[in-house]
Design a protein around this ligand. Structure first.
Ligand SMILES: *[C@@H]1O[C@H](CO)[C@@H](O)[C@H](O)[C@H]1NC(C)=O
Ligand SMILES: *[C@@H]1O[C@H](CO)[C@@H](O)[C@H](O)[C@H]1NC(C)=O
Ligand SMILES: *[C@@H]1O[C@H](CO)[C@@H](O)[C@H](O)[C@H]1NC(C)=O
Ligand SMILES: *[C@@H]1O[C@H](CO)[C@@H](O)[C@H](O)[C@H]1NC(C)=O
Ligand SMILES: *[C@@H]1O[C@H](CO)[C@@H](O)[C@H](O)[C@H]1NC(C)=O
Ligand SMILES: *[C@@H]1O[C@H](CO)[C@@H](O)[C@H](O)[C@H]1NC(C)=O
Ligand SMILES: *[C@@H]1O[C@H](CO)[C@@H](O)[C@H](O)[C@H]1NC(C)=O
Ligand SMILES: *[C@@H]1O[C@H](CO)[C@@H](O)[C@H](O)[C@H]1NC(C)=O
Ligand SMILES: *[C@@H]1O[C@H](CO)[C@@H](O)[C@H](O)[C@H]1NC(C)=O
Ligand SMILES: *[C@@H]1O[C@H](CO)[C@@H](O)[C@H](O)[C@H]1NC(C)=O
Ligand SMILES: *[C@H]1O[C@H](CO)[C@@H](O)[C@H](O)[C@H]1NC(C)=O
Length: 809
């Protein structure tokens, strides 16, 4: 009796222990350490205080922690997803800066030889890096580093043919939370630390960015030093045809960074590194070389070589870059340190990355695999964040999908739909019964999207003459999506507008400094042509860029408006034209609608503009020596941000330089008036993109969204809903029909939704009364097949009982 009792006790005790052990281990197994935790540990280990004594290897993270880097060879081929648009912009900005500096440093060859340098002064360099950061919240630092003894400058008297030993103007964004400038104690992210990293005592190697002792200068070694002595053909050349206002033409060929089709391409990415002693953050940088012909003024061209003399380095926070925790596969091919750290249950669900999560766990969701569906009580796929936070018990019990009882084969043969069914579907979309064609198709209350697209695609450089000019300006809502999809391009314009505003407000050509330092000269025509051109060269989606100066605002010119454009994709030949040449009253550029609009909007009230603060530290003297505060410290300027610009209606300019449907964005810039007391409007920077590169969105949306194609999808609204798909371009069918909660996809297929392109095509078949399977494109009530099985079971059971009762009676 006793022994029996004790065995029971011992057994239950053993059971308890077992449960405990299993429980603990299971929990441990579920919360296993993985590649993410390892990086997170290294990420947290370094901070501003301990970084100077860390080993160099601890200041870097592995290369593959940044996956899906934009590849310039792919940009025009594959869509760039929202999770990489910020990185792409970093890439484009670095490229654009490199083109500008290469252009302006070599532009001396199209000007008469003088015993002075045409190079921009120091303030130009500083404000240029400030504008890179100020115009883009995601770019946190921008710099230009010159190779030793290769930066010529116009900022010191008697400095002809001399160079700075080192020159490294750099700007980074400061957290101004505790800054006395802002009494309201909030972070505006509008304060910048600007300094010349070339200013250090000549013998302090650890401050020399070219030296190994600098530790975090991996960017420097990507392209510099460049030893090409004896070779004249190592640098890629680009050609610009310039047509000036006085109607003279000039063709200028300059050396620049490698082309997109070369190997290596123009951009090199660095590993994430800790920006020790500077911004004290983990950063990732894009590095592009700047070319010049060096040395200068030797009188013997054959000993002057095209050479990389500097690099443009643009940096963003590593923390803000999305990681992809999903297993390798389609869409996650390349090296990815975090691959397969997602915690989706692999048997029934598959992982899909979400964007905007940055360097955090849980930026994904677990969707049902084909052949599975969500339980009826669950509305949307399981969010990674929630799965990761689950306890072991929850994890083992939840987050599964249910098997779909019975899946149909996709029908291969289909038939013409009956008269009634066809009528039913045409009633749903009456715009297919009675529609107008050509440009009139756009003026209907319910547009017929196929007719509209037919009209838009039908206009090209040959046919545009046949249309009335009024028809070639579209409603604004036809270019819906441009604001998001061309945001990077718009930011290019904002950056340049920001730069000009900063330069006009900060740099005073008449200011006199002590010592040999001289103030920057006013902006020159070459600089402005170079800046405009650099936008077109740096961003392949921009077809044309222009800088339109208000009358009498540009030094020594009544009108001045460089307009840079390209006529084909993937080219190294570009054109610039000064629009001031066309000066008859009706064709002058100040009559353009966006110019007039912005001029009027910004004629008197500037309160809305953004204010940017700078803490500038310049070099002590020509040789550098040490940094000292700029005479005006801190100082500030006011400029437009993205929302202060103007999106023009899509237009096909049949007499224009780029014969395409263009969407234009314009940003204004400001300087002091002649009395230097008040701001005034000085002009605009505009960029134009090809509207046909947009993705259109046919899904339903709020009534106030200005989208002409809103709600033109053909999903079955009773059982499914429309979700836009990216990358399908300016065509119909850029969406999928996903099943609503409680419905399931009934077919045996590799996907779990109806593809919009198929849906649209089959709907067309109905319209033209051909064979169509459109009628099968709806989702089935979830569990319906299971219910059928159960009913038949019930019926047969009942039957059996009846038979048995009958027999045994
Ligand atoms: C520049 O200086 C050199 C030597 O000092 C002189 O020979 C040359 O003529 C000067 N060139 C110009 C354009 O002044
Ligand atoms: C740069 O110039 C200085 C002075 O002319 C010289 O001492 C130094 O060696 C030069 N540095 C390089 C890398 O050429
Ligand atoms: C227009 O430009 C031409 C050539 O540059 C010039 O001769 C003429 O004076 C200009 N007209 C006006 C109104 O500015
Ligand atoms: C035309 O203008 C350009 C730039 O302003 C100048 O370099 C060139 O010398 C001018 N040509 C003539 C013939 O005036
Ligand atoms: C400049 O080039 C344009 C074409 O790009 C041409 O129409 C024009 O006649 C040229 N002007 C001169 C002065 O050669
Ligand atoms: C400019 O400097 C280079 C070397 O740095 C020298 O070869 C050349 O003669 C110098 N030119 C003048 C005009 O002083
Ligand atoms: C970005 O999104 C695309 C499409 O959803 C996906 O294929 C890719 O893996 C994502 N990249 C990252 C780093 O999350
Ligand atoms: C088609 O539309 C036009 C004008 O919108 C209208 O006059 C005509 O009656 C419509 N036809 C049918 C069959 O609805
Ligand atoms: C403007 O014109 C004046 C007089 O011709 C000249 O002295 C000055 O250098 C010019 N300024 C610029 C920036 O070209
Ligand atoms: C720059 O300043 C340092 C320290 O004041 C001085 O030793 C050096 O001679 C100066 N260089 C020049 C070119 O004036
Ligand atoms: C860098 O930019 C990101 C994104 O806007 C921001 O969240 C972050 O705080 C910035 N870093 C600094 C040092 O300002």
């Amino acid at each position: 009796m006793l022994s029996a009792k004790s065995t029971i006790l011992a057994r239950s005790y053993a059971l308890f222990l077992l449960t405990l052990v299993v429980g603990v281990f299971a929990q441990f197994e579920w919360q296993q350490r993985d590649a993410f935790d390892e990086i997170k540990y290294r990420f947290d280990k370094v901070n501003g205080d301990n970084c100077p004594i860390q080993h160099i290897s601890d200041l870097y993270l592995p290369e593959d922690t940044v996956s899906h880097k934009p590849d310039i060879k792919e940009i025009n081929i594959n869509p760039i997803f929202p999770n990489r648009t910020a990185l792409l912009h970093l890439h484009n900005m670095a490229l654009s800066r490199s083109f500008f500096w290469s252009y302006i440093l070599q532009s001396r060859f199209i000007r008469p030889a003088i015993n002075d340098t045409y190079d921009p002064g120091m303030m130009y360099y500083f404000l240029s890096t400030v504008a890179d950061v100020s115009a883009n919240p995601y770019i946190n630092a921008s710099a230009i580093y010159f190779a030793p003894n290769s930066s010529y400058t116009s900022s010191y008297r008697g400095f002809f043919n001399k160079t700075f030993p080192r020159f490294g103007p750099r700007t980074f964004r400061l957290d101004d939370f505790n800054d006395p400038i802002h009494l309201q104690k909030i972070s505006t992210w509008n304060t910048f630390d600007v300094r010349d990293l070339g200013a250090h005592p000549p013998d302090t190697k650890s401050q020399d960015y070219t030296s190994d002792l600098y530790k975090i200068n991996e960017w420097y070694k990507t392209w510099l030093p460049d030893d090409v002595e004896g070779r004249h053909d190592t640098k890629t050349t680009y050609q610009v045809e310039i047509r000036y206002a006085n109607n003279t033409n000039e063709t200028f060929t300059f050396h620049g960074p490698p082309g997109a089709d070369e190997n290596p391409g123009p951009i090199k990415w660095t590993r994430p590194y800790f920006d020790c002693g500077r911004s004290n953050k983990w950063l990732v940088s894009a590095v592009v070389p700047i070319a010049d012909i060096y040395p200068r003024h030797t009188q013997f061209r054959h000993i002057e070589y095209p050479k990389y003399t500097a690099i443009a380095v643009l940096e963003m926070d590593f923390e803000r870059l999305d990681i992809n925790q999903c297993p390798k596969g389609e869409g996650n091919k390349g090296p990815n340190h975090f691959a397969n750290t997602a915690r989706c249950k692999k048997e029934t669900t598959e992982c899909e990355p979400l964007h905007g999560w940055g360097f955090r766990r849980g930026g994904y969701q677990c969707r049902c695999k084909p052949g599975f569906r969500l339980p009826n009580v669950v509305r949307r796929p399981y969010l990674g964040e929630i799965v990761e936070r689950a306890s072991a018990e929850q994890y083992y019990n939840d987050y599964d999908c249910l098997k779909i009882g019975w899946v149909q084969k996709v029908p291969i043969q289909w038939e013409r739909v009956s008269y009634d069914v066809r009528e039913k579907y045409l009633d749903l979309h009456p715009e297919y019964r009675n529609y107008s064609t050509g440009s009139r198709s756009l003026h209907e209350e319910h547009i017929n999207i196929d007719q509209v697209l037919k009209f838009i695609h039908g206009v090209n450089y040959r046919t545009c003459k046949n249309f009335h000019p009024q028809d070639l300006i579209l409603r604004g809502d036809v270019g819906y999506g441009a604001k998001e999809q061309f945001e990077n391009e718009a930011k290019m314009a904002v950056r340049l507008a920001n730069f000009i505003s900063a330069f006009l407000q900060i740099s005073d050509p008449n200011e006199v400094y002590t010592g040999k330092r001289v103030a920057d000269k006013p902006l020159t025509e070459d600089q402005m042509i170079g800046e405009t051109l650099a936008i077109v060269l740096g961003d392949t989606k921009v077809w044309s860029a222009s800088m339109l100066w208000e009358r009498n605002k540009f030094t020594n010119r009544t009108y001045f408006a460089p307009h840079a454009y390209k006529t084909e994709l993937n080219t190294r030949k570009f054109k610039v034209e000064d629009l001031a040449r066309l000066n008859k009253t009706h064709e002058i550029y100040t009559e353009k609608k966006y110019f007039k609009f912005l001029k009027q909007r910004w004629s008197t009230n500037f309160d809305d503009l953004e204010t940017f603060y700078m803490k500038m530290k310049l070099r002590h003297n020509e040789t550098g020596e040490y940094m000292q505060k700029y005479e005006h410290y801190p100082n500030s300027y006011r400029a437009a941000s993205l929302k202060h610009g103007y999106w023009a209606q899509p237009q096909f300019d049949c007499d224009g330089y780029v014969k395409k449907w263009l969407v234009t964005y314009a940003a204004p810039f400001f300087g002091w008036d002649s009395l230097k007391v008040k701001l005034e409007f000085k002009g605009v920077v505009a960029v134009s993109m090809d509207m046909l590169q947009l993705d259109i969105n046919q899904c339903p949306d709020s009534y106030f969204e200005p989208n002409a194609y809103k709600n033109t999808h053909k999903c079955d609204e009773r059982t499914s809903y429309c979700v836009p798909i990216m990358g399908r371009g300016y065509e119909t069918g850029g969406y999928k029909c996903e099943c609503l909660q409680g419905y399931e996809y009934p077919f045996e297929d590799l996907i779990t939704y109806y593809d919009g392109q198929l849906v649209e095509a089959e709907y067309q078949n109905i319209v033209v009364d051909k064979q169509s399977r459109y009628d099968t494109f709806h989702c089935r009530l979830a569990g319906a097949s299971a219910l059928q099985v159960a009913t038949s079971l019930l019926v047969s059971l009942l039957g059996l009982t009846l038979i048995l009762m009958y027999k045994f009676r």
